[in-house]
Design a protein around this ligand. Structure first.
Ligand SMILES: [Zn+2]
Length: 264
């Protein structure tokens, strides 16, 4: 995910640091990690591969959930390192229930910086996915359980990083795609506030589409887990988009007020 303000980082950081950036594990992250491990062990891997011992499904479930989060950290480090290169301080990278977020201490100073910081994360996901897809032909056929596990995990990472890439590039704020879109609008119209408003409206539209999709899964299809998941994710994105929309309206009003004062 993008550089959102959610959730708030702790005051003092203890624990892991990568390249000088603290990695904060929100309590909700442990929940989603356990859920993903369970869901991959009982749903995804059994549906992909037949006739494998149950403990192997569980091993794959746990490893795939952990590796997915390694990829998410790499995605967030992509944003963070480009931000740091532009002299923008990075407070920390947080892993939480909806993925990861790099907290940066200030907004980018110009459209070019915003574009590059926002694009760096999806670029990392794209490279991981591509490398995994390219590796697959070298890993098949398998001759042992160990080789099978490697193949199954690389295959999972190839598709899951592609999904991360596509989701993050959706053009609504606060997703990376929304930030890229805002940077493009900002570049052409030279108006940060206006660009934020348009990207936030698109973010709101996307969030409501996601909530509708969740409701459809839940009430029409009877898929409780994915229905609730989409519903909550949509609600979280809605709040973030609404927050930046409110900010842009406030900034717009402030600007109008200043222009009025200048006229007097
Ligand atoms: Zn991102």
């Amino acid at each position: 995910m993008g550089l959102s303000e959610f959730p708030k980082p702790p005051q003092k950081h203890r624990g892991i640091r990568i390249l000088g950036i603290p990695i904060h594990l929100d309590p909700s992250w442990f929940l989603i990690l356990a859920f993903l491990a369970w869901s991959n062990a009982t749903g995804y891997f059994p549906s992909m591969y037949d006739g494998v011992p149950t403990w192997i499904y569980w091993l794959l479930g746990v490893l795939s959930a952990l590796l997915l989060y390694v990829c998410i950290v790499l995605h967030e480090l992509g944003h963070s390192l480009v931000a740091k290169a532009f002299g923008i301080p990075v407070t920390c990278v947080t892993l939480f229930i909806f993925g990861g977020a790099a907290q940066i201490a200030q907004e980018p100073k110009n459209p070019r910086e915003e574009f590059l910081v926002a694009a760096a994360g999806p670029l990392v996901s794209a490279v991981i996915s591509l490398v995994c897809f390219k590796l697959l032909p070298f890993l098949w056929p398998v001759e042992s359980l160990g080789q099978f596990c490697v193949f199954a995990l690389v295959d999972f990472l190839a598709s899951v990083n592609l999904m991360l890439l596509i989701f993050n590039l959706l053009p609504g704020f606060p997703l990376d795609g929304g930030r890229i879109f805002r940077a493009v609008l900002w570049y052409f119209k030279r108006d940060y506030v206006w660009a934020t408003r348009i990207a936030s409206y698109l973010g709101l539209a996307l969030a409501y589409l996601m909530i509708a999709r969740g409701a459809w899964f839940l009430f029409v299809k009877g898929w409780m887990t994915s229905g609730l998941w989409y519903g909550f994710l949509g609600y979280f994105l809605r709040n973030a988009a609404q927050g930046s929309l409110n900010w842009s309206k406030w900034a717009e009003a402030k600007r109008a007020e200043m222009l009025r004062d200048q006229d007097h």
